[in-house]
Design a protein around this ligand. Structure first.
Ligand SMILES: *[C@@H]1O[C@H](CO)[C@@H](O)[C@H](O)[C@H]1NC(C)=O
Ligand SMILES: *[C@@H]1O[C@H](CO)[C@@H](O)[C@H](O)[C@H]1NC(C)=O
Ligand SMILES: *[C@@H]1O[C@H](CO)[C@@H](O)[C@H](O)[C@H]1NC(C)=O
Ligand SMILES: [Zn+2]
Length: 461
């Protein structure tokens, strides 16, 4: 009898010990008290499904195109709003068509953390550019909702899906984020597309006011904002070459775009003697080769989109236009390259007896990401690698050669960005591809960032 009792006591002790082990095990592998299956389900499987769903909403037949306030854009807003609400967010659409989803913190007057990306696309776009940043943010908040952690926010969190980043229709990039950052002058509303329809017309057709006043309403007060975070595909091959799914962006390169027009005289290749030619194409070739050698420094990216429309085998060309795009993290260095190149243009054109004009089409200063925010995102990326059981090395730090909404938002608040690996660095193409596990990493890095920086675990809920 006594021994049976003792045996029972032993079994219950064992049971209690076992339960403690199970509880401890759950604690160790859970984040936001959600199991890792749940994390995979929401941050990877559901996120991928949503990215695919959004990519089906297009203005074109057979390829993806969603421009500022187009029919497809308005249709795309519906699932985005639904997903935001599913994550426990209060939603609204502002006067520039940006979609907002917000959750308040206990202290409602604390500055807000903004997380965003764009839901417009280029023509014949990929699925991930923009969408990945919006959907991974929504998924991360959904996990926090399920785990009850949304009640422990130190500050309000707001996801913004920006209405225009690519600038396809009006050639004016960042209409959505620039308006929020207070960087969009009212005169921009008069910009027209190739059919003569203005931004104001489009806004009004979509039941927005489209006035100076409504533009002002969209603007955020810098005092009310804590910072801005964006997750975006890299659109370059660096992370893939390093074999790492995530990277921290140290800054976005400044950019100068010049349009160079070289005018020579046209002639027959067989009859005009070499020394009498005023060939704009060879002049342009020399200019481009010179620029290439000017730009062969690290951290400076140069791309030249030649549009040598008049070239043919039968005649040398009379007119060549080309676009020069100089990008650098160092604004001063960029300016030096641009002015030296301009000097060489005039000299070379003079020597070759052709006429050159240079037009500055676009100029943007470099943006430096906030170092503290970047450190926090790096920590979150490190935790993400650990959770995924991946080989943990130093998280790569990259420069962004392409512009992003973070560029506009940097005028409002401090910004931080995370890049996600994409296959072959290919973007703005239907071949754009991010592995499912990297979509998972994108959601996890935001979840870890929120968990580490915005959740107050001591707060009683
Ligand atoms: C709420 O946040 C504001 C802004 O940071 C701060 O001044 C205030 O003291 C906070 N209130 C409470 C009750 O913590
Ligand atoms: C260059 O411009 C000058 C002045 O406008 C003009 O006289 C000349 O014919 C032009 N040369 C060429 C090659 O177009
Ligand atoms: C070059 O640019 C001028 C305007 O700057 C335009 O009129 C002309 O059609 C362009 N030519 C080519 C070949 O692109
Ligand atoms: Zn983008």
């Amino acid at each position: 009898m006594a021994s049976v009792l003792r045996k029972n006591a032993l079994i219950s002790l064992l049971l209690i010990a076992l339960m403690l082990v199970i509880v401890a095990g759950l604690e160790a592998e859970s984040i936001g008290d959600a199991g890792s299956d749940l994390l995979r389900e929401i941050l990877r499987d559901e996120a991928v499904e949503r990215i695919n769903q959004l990519a089906k909403i297009s203005d074109a037949d057979g390829y993806l195109e969603r421009t500022f306030l187009s029919l497809a854009s308005r249709k795309a807003a519906e699932p985005i709003i639904k997903w935001m609400q599913d994550a426990g967010l209060r939603t609204w659409v502002d006067q520039m068509g940006n979609i907002h989803g917000r959750i308040e913190s206990v202290n409602r007057t604390e500055e807000t953390l903004l997380i965003g990306s764009h839901y417009d696309t280029v023509v014949d776009a990929g699925r991930f550019d923009g969408s990945l940043g919006i959907i991974s943010a929504i998924s991360a908040l959904k996990v926090l909702k399920i785990s009850g952690k949304l009640l422990k926010l130190k500050r309000p969190v707001e996801i913004i899906a920006f209405s225009d980043e690519e600038g396809v229709r009006f050639q004016s990039t960042f209409l959505g984020s620039a308006a929020i950052a207070g960087q969009l002058p009212a005169s921009v509303l008069k910009t027209s597309d190739k059919n003569g329809v203005t931004i104001q017309d489009v806004l009004k057709a979509n039941s927005f006011e489209g006035t100076d006043g409504s533009l002002l309403q969209v603007k955020y007060d810098p005092e009310s904002v804590w910072g801005y975070v964006e997750v975006h595909i890299e659109q370059g091959p660096v992370l893939e070459s390093l074999g790492y799914p995530l990277g921290i962006v140290k800054g976005i390169a400044g950019q100068t775009r010049l349009k160079v027009k070289v005018t020579g005289s046209q002639g027959h290749a067989g009859t005009v003697p070499m020394l009498m030619r005023q060939d704009s194409l060879t002049a342009a070739a020399e200019l481009i080769v010179n620029l290439e050698s000017l730009c062969k420094y690290p951290d400076r990216v140069f791309t030249c989109n030649e549009q040598c429309g008049c070239y043919s085998k039968e005649s040398f060309s009379g007119l060549v236009n080309f676009t020069v795009d100089v990008r650098a993290m160092d604004d001063e260095a960029r300016e030096i390259v641009v002015s030296e190149f301009s000097r060489q243009i005039y000299q070379i054109c003079d020597n070759r007896m052709v006429n050159c004009t240079i037009e500055r089409k676009h100029n943007a200063e470099a943006v430096h990401c906030d170092s503290e925010l970047s450190r926090q995102l790096k920590q979150a990326a490190h935790s993400t690698m650990k959770m995924l059981g991946k080989n943990i090395r130093e998280v790569p730090i990259l420069m962004s050669g392409a512009g992003h909404d973070a560029m506009a938002m940097s005028h409002l608040t401090k910004v931080g960005m995370v890049f996600v690996r994409c296959r072959g660095g290919i973007s703005h193409s239907p071949d754009e591809y991010v592995m499912d596990d990297d979509v998972w990493a994108a959601g996890l890095v935001l979840l870890n960032f929120l968990d580490q920086q915005v959740i107050d675990d001591h707060m009683s809920s």
